[in-house]
Structures are given as C-alpha cells and as structure tokens.
Design a protein around this ligand. Sequence first.
Ligand code: ADP
Ligand code: MG
Length: 366
Amino acid sequence: MIEVDVHRRLGAFNLDVAFAAAGETVVLFGHSGSGKSVTLQSVAGLMRPDAGRVVIDGRVVFDAAAGIDVPPQERGVGYVVQHLALFPHLTVRENVEFGVRGTREERRRRASEVLSLLDMAGFDDRRPGTLSGGQQQRVALARALARDVRLLLLDEPFSALDDALRRNMRAELVRLRNELGLSVLFVTHDLREAHLLADRLAVFDAGHVLQYGTRDEVFAHPASRRVAELTGVANVFGGRVRAVRADGIEVESAGRVWHCVPVAEAFRVGDAVDVAIRAERVILRRGSAVDTGAVNSLEATVVEEHAYGATHTLLLDAADGMRVEVDLASRPYEVLGVAQQRTWTLELPPGDLHVMRAAGSPEPNS
Ligand code: ADP
Ligand code: MG
C-alpha cells in the first residue's frame, strides 16, 4: 500500500497532490511542468514537501507534522530517470552492486540475480559506455531493483530510447512487475505509454491531480472537459440538458440536440454540461443525414486531413460551423473512398457521447 499526500511551494508553482495505490502500476500523466517529477522526488525522498505524508508498505517515510523524514536510501524504493546516471568507470556488475548491503558474496549473488532477470547476464564486466541505450537502461533498472525494493519509481525512463527499444522495455517492465509483485509509480507525458502501462491513472495539471482512477474509468469517463482534453478526447462541446428520460438524456448545444446515454451521473433539465466523444468513435456514412434517419447525425465536409500511416485524422465542418474530428483506420478510409468524397454524414452514437458536468456548475442538491 502506497499513500502519497504532498504539498510543496516552488516559486509560483504549487504542488498539491494526493493518491493511494496497492501493488499496482500508477501512471502519473500530464503535460510537461505539471508536477509529476517533483511528486516522484517527494516519494523518493529527494525533495522535501512543506506538508503532507508518504507511506510505503505501511511504513511512514515522511510526515511533516510528526517530523518524520526517512532518507532516500532507507525508503525501500528504486528510482530510475530518463537520463540515467550509471558510473562510467565501474563495470555493469559494480554499478548494480553499488548500494546493495551485505557481504561481498551476497552482493555479487544479488547483482547476478537481477542482471539475469533483465536478460543482462554475461555483461557483468562491460563498462556502460560499451552498451546500447536500451542495455544501459536495463542496467539502471537492475541497479534500482537490486536493493530489494518495495516500490519502483520510474520518471520517463524510456523516453530517450528509440521506438522499438521502448516497446521492448515496456513489455519487460510489465513482466518484471508481474514476476516481482512490485508497486510502480511511472511518470510519462505520452498518452499511449500511459494507456499501455497503467492500472491506475493520475491526471496531473498545474500541480494538481484532476482525476485519479483505474485506467479504463479515466479514459471512458473523464471527470471534466480538461481531463477529456488531456486524455486525448478530440471533440468536446458545451450545452444544456434539455430532457431527462429513462434511456438517457438530451443535450442542446448551439441549436442541435444530442441524445446521450450517461451512466455515471444523474442530470437535471437545465444543467450546464460538456459532451465529449473520441475521434475514433465517430461514424462516417454515405447518404444525407435526413435519408439515414439516424439520431445524432449531421452533414459535414472535410476541411483538413492528416495521414499518420495506420490512421487518418479528418477535420470536418458542418454548414453552421460545428467542427468534428474523426479518426479512421487506413483500411476503412480506403474502402469508403474518403479521398474521393469530401462531404459525409457523421453519426455520433449516443453510447459514445460522454456527458460531464460543466466546470463551475453546481452539483445536484448542493
Ligand atoms: P513535470 O515532471 O510534470 O514535467 P516537474 O515536476 O518537473 O514537472 O516541475 C513542476 C514545476 O516545479 C515546474 O514549474 C518546475 O519549474 C518547478 N520545479 C521543479 N523542480 C524545482 C526545483 N528544484 N526548484 C524550483 N522549482 C522547481
Ligand atoms: Mg518531469
């Protein structure tokens, strides 16, 4: 069990963060400068919070009020950053043994164990300078793990590696975590990486955690427009609840009516809301919106297009100026003939429209 509750002022920046986790991978996700690294440093003991508490496996390692501040090397954490700091003049084995307690024999055995765990057996006597970036990062991980850690703190550990290596290292990390049953706090600003690795996701913005929950919860039900935008939801539009029915609600937005099937929240007529839909959930249809007769349909024309190899991102404008972003895999793009046809009927399925209370609008009964 990990409990993090830290507050720290750094000039104009205010860190104000709390979350808890148990034996899982928590991804701290957010833009650069949102406070992810200082949070990790606070857990590692490298940055001293002004207030708060850090508990690792039931042991209080920091408590501002009680005057507890356990030094980094006694916190039982492994800490790996993007630009690793292996000692260049030491061999791989010496790097891994560094900071491990015990007799010479015990330290050597431990180093061999973790090096083979990371498929680096046989590299014992090499110097870091003779290894590839991926191998060096494996050694950095081995060094972090060698001390029998309860918690692994990883701060964008793979971002200096090229794509193929990064993919391997992520898979390696998942395997390690499962084998060792570690808790992991993983910092990234990469949405795909966050999605791949997270059991739980903490969405950081300006020193705060805007939302903390299981990965699927956060991705499927962002708590606010800001979280939706940060987690890659391309389409968000504001409106008001027009009708509440047993099978969903109707939202009016800029003269249009959207049928939505919210599950999580009870809304009332007149509530100010934001409606969000991911670009890949929007459906492209031939024929006019009137002919297809489907709910949540509109006619729109492609005004901008970006090809990313496997996917195409289309920006479409309706006559009244409403803009919708659509992601289409390359195969349906070709089958539909999107390159030849510019005007389409878009369908926004009610179950894919996620409704959020608008920022600043009151909760019911409050
Ligand atoms: P992230 O890791 O999310 O990109 P950081 O946690 O590194 O962001 O930084 C959050 C904010 O804290 C930034 O505005 C940064 O300039 C500031 N900051 C980080 N470390 C220090 C420090 N040691 N002293 C003063 N300000 C700092
Ligand atoms: Mg950082």
